[in-house]
Ligand binder design. Structure first.
Ligand code: NAD
Ligand code: UD1
Length: 339
């Protein structure tokens, strides 16, 4: 089997490469490196001792895509490529819509030309908005509040509309909860540009001395300790979820949607405590006001994926904190300069 991974040099894509290569799947990556480095793929190759075909370029480039499909029998596409920062999406919405929507549309058009009908899409729990109850199942109502989230929901809608007239396709929408952690080797991990927006990369950068102290966004939520609760999923578990989703493509089962989460929520303070204990480090923090757009609690009901994909997250919060720190402490400047 040969798969094309768009955005495969990025955080989730690079971890997924490992799982696919370990299954002897041939991997072709297209990435414009706008938010990643080729070093991630070099390291994936050294971890797995397997080769990846890498094409540097933009998924919206039709001719480039044609040349990839022309060259070889691509059996399916996992579409990771996209811009993903919520705050930035409010600043430059057109770039988000252009990048995140046109990449999908272009891909689908070229896949049709080459009769490739297997597609896995990186969606997000952000499509559930502020859920009325918990845990979240796949049939919950969908709503979004920012351009990034809207591109995810619009992509889902495009794929649902497309499938209505192309029901010989196999499409899997994977709704990720909060991907965190790093490969246990410490060789690949999350390498955010500038100051991280997300909790765990912020904590690891405080721990490594790049940032002063963590700002905890609110301790007055309706949660046991007042801080926000999220479903943090180890990126290796998430990557394995993609490998598991391939079954749906193989048996030809139409359009399927899965939550990829652990089913368990942890608060910000629980994350800080666990990180400190597991790594024997002190994390300075202060409570500040809530971040606009944040919700109190969000966690998945992953039972559909457990049952239909025979997939379950196995790593716990301690593994997450250990592996995130292993990556950060060994690569204080991410892929740019390593010790
Ligand atoms: P990432 O930024 O590390 O990876 C995305 C990759 O896509 C990058 O390597 C980037 O260079 C590339 N890219 C972007 N636009 C491109 C284009 N037009 N052509 C070619 N390459 C392009 O992000 P990630 O965390 O690995 O996320 C992967 C996907 O999962 C994204 O679609 C993201 O929205 C989605 N997602 C991520 C999270 C998360 O917290 N990380 C949560 C839910 C969903
Ligand atoms: C954010 C995005 C969401 C995206 C997800 C995964 C927002 C509003 N939402 O979700 O769309 O799908 O990332 O990429 O940006 N926190 C702090 N201090 C920090 C950072 C975070 O206290 O410096 C808290 C937050 O308030 C939240 C929790 O930590 O309670 C997790 O935050 P974060 O990692 O940013 O993820 P989400 O807010 O769930």
């Amino acid at each position: 089997m040969k798969l094309l991974l768009t955005g495969g040099a990025g955080y989730i894509g690079s971890h997924t490469c490992i799982e696919l290569l370990n299954l002897d799947i041939d991997v072709v990556v297209i990435d414009n490196l706008s938010n990643s480095s080729y070093h991630s793929l070099e390291r994936v190759q050294s971890i797995t001792d397997k080769n990846i075909t890498f094409i540097e370029g933009d998924v919206r480039d039709k001719e480039l895509l044609r040349s990839i499909f022309r060259q070889g029998d691509i059996d399916g596409v996992i579409h990771f490529a996209g811009l993903k920062a919520v705050g930035e999406s409010n600043e430059i919405p057109l770039q988000y819509y252009d990048n995140n929507l046109n990449s999908t549309i272009t891909l689908l058009q070229i896949m049709e030309e080459y009769d490739c009908r297997n597609f896995i899409f990186s969606s997000s729990a952000t499509v559930y908005g502020n859920p009325e109850k918990l845990p979240i199942t796949e049939d919950f109502p969908l709503s979004v509040t920012n351009p990034y989230g809207r591109t995810k929901l619009m992509n889902e809608d495009i794929l649902r509309d497309f499938y209505k007239v192309k029901n010989n396709w196999n499409i899997v929408l994977l709704r990720y909860f909060n991907p965190v952690g790093a490969h246990p080797s410490g060789l690949i991990g999350e390498d955010p540009n500038g100051i991280p927006n997300n909790l765990l990369p912020y904590i690891t950068q405080v721990a490594v001395g790049k940032l002063g102290k963590l700002n905890i966004f609110g301790d007055d939520y309706d949660t046991p300790d007042g801080t926000g609760i999220r479903d943090y999923i180890h990126v290796v578990d998430l990557a394995k979820g993609h490998a598991a989703a391939l079954q749906k493509l193989k048996i030809g089962s139409g359009l399927n949607i899965f939550n990829l989460g652990t089913g368990r929520g942890y608060s910000v303070l629980e994350m800080v405590d666990t990180f400190s204990k597991v790594n024997n480090l002190k994390i300075d923090y202060q409570i500040v006001s809530r971040r606009e757009g944040d919700i109190a609690s969000c966690y998945a009901d992953p039972s559909k994926a457990n049952k239909e994909l025979n997939w379950k997250a196995i790593y716990g919060l301690e593994d997450i904190c250990r592996d995130a720190w292993n990556w950060q402490s060994n690569n204080p400047n991410g892929y740019k300069k390593t010790r």
